[in-house]
Design a protein. Structure first.
Ligand SMILES: *Cc1c(COP(=O)(O)O)cnc(C)c1O
Length: 326
C-alpha cells in the first residue's frame, strides 16, 4: 500500500463553502432546469443542474479555480502543470489565465485538435506525448521538477474536490432538500464533493455515483472495500475513462455515497437524444450518466424529489450529429 490512511486529511463541507466564496464572481451559477415531460413520465419531481453551461463547458472550472487560487505567490509565479486530454485541461487553462498563472498541459498526440486548440486558446502551453510509448505521469513529474511547476491532479486533490462540490451546494440552496441525487463519476472528484454538500444540506438524500458499465472500477472498489484498477475502458463516456478512483475520493465515497450504479453506452446515447430533443440542450456522453441511471430506477423514484448533475456539454459537433443519428 503506497499511503497511510491516517495521513489523509479529508475535505469537509466547510471546504466546499470556502470554495464557493473563492469562485464567486468567476464561475457561473449555472441554471437548474425542470421538465414537465420528465416529471410526468417518472411521477416525480426532477431538477437538472446544468454544468454544461459552466464556463469552458463543464464543472471542472470550479475545482481548477479553487485549487489555483490557493497556491503561494511563488507557486503562482512558477506555474502549474496538468495532464489531460479533456475538460480538466481546459478548466486548468482557463483558471490559470484568469489568475495570471503560466499553465502547461500534457496532451496525447492523438487527442482531438479542437481540444488542443481550445486549451491553447486559453493561453496554456500544450506539450504533446505518445500515450503508447510514454508514461504521462512520469513525464509530468519530470517537467514539474525541471521547471518548478506545481502538478494539479484532475480529481484526487482536496481543493479540486471542494471546488466540484459547489455544484451540488448551489443545487440544494436553490431547490431545497432532495430524496436522491445522481452524479456522473470518473475519478470521483465531482461525486465526493457533491456528496459532502448533500450530507450537509440534505442529510436524508440518497447519493448515487454513476459510471459506464464498461469501466465499473468505482463500483468494484465500493463493493470490495479497496481501490480496484482496470485497463482504460472502451466507452463513449470519455470523461469517465479513468482506470481507478483516488485515495481521497475513495474515502469520501465510502463515507457519504449510498451506491455506485452503471449504465451502458446505448443508454447514454438515448439520454443524449432526450436532452437535445426534449430539453433543447447539448450534453456530452459522460454528462448523460446521471440521468441514464435514474431511468433504471423509475419505480423506486416515484413521488420523490430527484437531483441530476449534468456534468458537461463538450462534444465535437460532428460526433454529436453522428450520435443523434445512431
Ligand atoms: C471529468 C468529468 C467527469 C468525471 O469527473 P470526476 O471528478 O473525475 O469523477 C464527468 N463528466 C464530465 C463532463 C467531466 O469532464
Amino acid at each position: 500500500m503506497g499511503y497511510i490512511m491516517s495521513e489523509l486529511t479529508l475535505p469537509t463541507y466547510q471546504d466546499v463553502e470556502a470554495a464557493a466564496q473563492r469562485i464567486a464572481g468567476f464561475a457561473h451559477k449555472t441554471p437548474v432546469m425542470t421538465s414537465t415531460t420528465v416529471n410526468n413520465e417518472f411521477g416525480a419531481e426532477f431538477f437538472f443542474k446544468c454544468e454544461n453551461f459552466q464556463r469552458m463547458g463543464a464543472f471542472k472550472f470550479r475545482g481548477a479555480l479553487n485549487a489555483l487560487s490557493q497556491l503561494s505567490p511563488e507557486q503562482k509565479k512558477a506555474g502549474v502543470i496538468a495532464f489531460s486530454s479533456g475538460n480538466h485541461a481546459q478548466g486548468i487553462a482557463l483558471a490559470a489565465q484568469i489568475l495570471n498563472i503560466p499553465a502547461t498541459i500534457l496532451m496525447p498526440i492523438d487527442s482531438p485538435e479542437v481540444k488542443v486548440a481550445a486549451t491553447q486558446g486559453y493561453g496554456a502551453k500544450v506539450i504533446r506525448f505518445d500515450r503508447y510509448t510514454q508514461d504521462r505521469e512520469q513525464l509530468c513529474r519530470e517537467l514539474a521538477e525541471q521547471n518548478g511547476l506545481t502538478i494539479i491532479p484532475p480529481y484526487d486533490h482536496v481543493d479540486i474536490i471542494a471546488g466540484q462540490g459547489t455544484a451540488a451546494k448551489e443545487l440544494f440552496e436553490e431547490v431545497g432538500e432532495l430524496d436522491a441525487l445522481f452524479v456522473c463519476l470518473g475519478g470521483g472528484g465531482l461525486l465526493s464533493g457533491c456528496a459532502l454538500a448533500a450530507r450537509a444540506l440534505s442529510p436524508n438524500c440518497k447519493v448515487y455515483g454513476v459510471e459506464p458499465e464498461a469501466g465499473n472500477d468505482a463500483q468494484q472498489s465500493f463493493r470490495s472495500g479497496k481501490i480496484v484498477h482496470i485497463a482504460t475502458p472502451k466507452t463513449i463516456a470519455d470523461g469517465a475513462q479513468t482506470q481507478h478512483i483516488g485515495h481521497y475520493t475513495f474515502e469520501l465515497i465510502k463515507q457519504n455515497v449510498d451506491d455506485i450504479l452503471t449504465v451502458t453506452d446505448a443508454q447514454l446515447v438515448d439520454r443524449m437524444k432526450f436532452y437535445a430533443e426534449r430539453m433543447k440542450i447539448i450534453v456530452e456522453p459522460t454528462g448523460c450518466l446521471s440521468f441514464a441511471a435514474a431511468l433504471n430506477m423509475k419505480e423506486q423514484l416515484r413521488g420523490q424529489r430527484v437531483g441530476i448533475i449534468i456534468s458537461g456539454g463538450n462534444v465535437d459537433i460532428k460526433r454529436f450529429a453522428e450520435l443523434m443519428l445512431a
